[in-house]
Design a protein around this ligand. Sequence first.
Ligand code: 3HC
Length: 496
Amino acid sequence: MTRSFEKVGVVGLGTMGAGIAEVFARAGLTVVGVEADHEALGRGRGNLESSTGRALAKGRLSEAEQAEILGRITLTTSLEDLADADLVIEAIPEIMDFKRTLFTELDRICEPSAVLATNTSSLSVTEIAATTGRPGRVVGMHFFNPAPVMKLVEVVHTVVTEDGLAEEVADLARRLGKAPVSVGDRAGFVVNRLLLTYLNHAAVMLENGLATREGIDTAMKLGVGVPMGPFALLDLIGLDTSYEVMCVLFQETRDRRHAPAPILRELVTAGLLGRKSGAGFYNGEAPPTPPAAGKPTVTSVAVLGEGAEEFAARLGDAGFKATTTQAATDATEDADVVVALSHTPVIELAARLPHPRRLVGLHLVGEKLAEVASTVLTSPEATCAVEGLAKIVGRVPVHCKDRAEFVVDALLYPYLNDAVRMYDSGYATMDDIDAAMRLGCGYPAGPFETIDTLGLETVRDGLRALYAEYRDPAFAPAPLLDQLVTAGVRSIRGLS
Ligand code: 3HC
């Protein structure tokens, strides 16, 4: 018999819990929101009011509708009020002991037929289920921040989940207007495993001084089209949550890339948790725009590399004396700066020039971004001039060190590689992984769609370059990707 979910409990009314309560109430269900004490309950009420107030202010909700939604939500500090709930979903902090204690209590209080769900970001649903006398009726229901906006819900089943229950919970998610993806119980599930690994990589990159926080955020937004750069997103998710997810991932994989970046621990210890505490990587809601590059003071520019003719022509139109050259020869001798259009490091080229201080690498990404790579020999004046030139050709410059794949591809390719490994492990289908990243994170395309757009060989070669530079085994191309390139396969999605 198909279960009907009409009365739902939400335990924990922080950012996620309040968002989840709102989602259920908007779909017409009766909701009981529980917090530990009156102070936390007050904060939870505030979260609910500000989220629905936002929709009211934008004219998408009338006052009567807002009142109706909030009227479906009863707030309490007593778990006993969940005794007749059909489903209880937990959204308390990511600490296993807290969750186990809570589920033991819920198991005692709720009807034996009730389903207990956890919104855990990465902890083992199986371990949580095992604390109850109904492990078959405990599942993960993982929402994404902001819960009222992001379409995805990961429905997590364990090896002991009752037959058919995951599908019933997926139907419930559809009733809420969400798109469910059904997954097994593995640390980080689909999205956090891929997303948080990438975000952590960005934090490591920042610590290594590859580029600035604003530079990395700008590069990813303009270069990949993601809705938020990694540091703005870490602030949205919460640095404490992100740190905890990384700890759980590392504990399971022992992969060095899953070890939380030290800067995360430092910020969390300092109480800088992101938006929820008012400050994190950024000190406010919106990341500041990077300072504009000054008008270049140079007059003559030598351009080499792929696309040199077109780039030089654009500069010529803008009044510069721009020449092209295919090699680091005399043609560069008289130029104020030498622009090497390249997607690989330019130090070898610089070292062959008579005036290596004048050479700057420039990687044009997509239609809007220019990564400006200075070598250990490049002068600050040359860097500054090339940033200005990038602006003149209509690009936003992001300065970075002269390292393999610079910023965007260095972050993008390992994420794509991780997705290939995830698929190859049999954990999820390509369609599910693509849908999860699009609907859970607002990405313009899923990883397999991106691989097909970029070309399998480009991604494989980029990974090889990253591996050669950093010697991190995780950057070595996934064997499946390597084999597909060798076999001449052009579309990875053609496999599914
Ligand atoms: N609560 C409710 N609604 C919100 C909201 C919030 N906190 N933030 C934004 N919205 C709504 C707005 O009202 C607006 O609605 P409308 O389109 O109907 O007018 C819509 O979302 C777009 O908002 P804005 O125009 O203000 O801002 P943006 O266009 O910049 O979008 C964003 C904001 C939706 C957050 C977008 O930047 C985005 O998709 N970012 C990526 C978020 C992401 O990756 N989330 C997943 C994180 S991982 C996770 O949660 C898992 C966990 O386990 C760690």
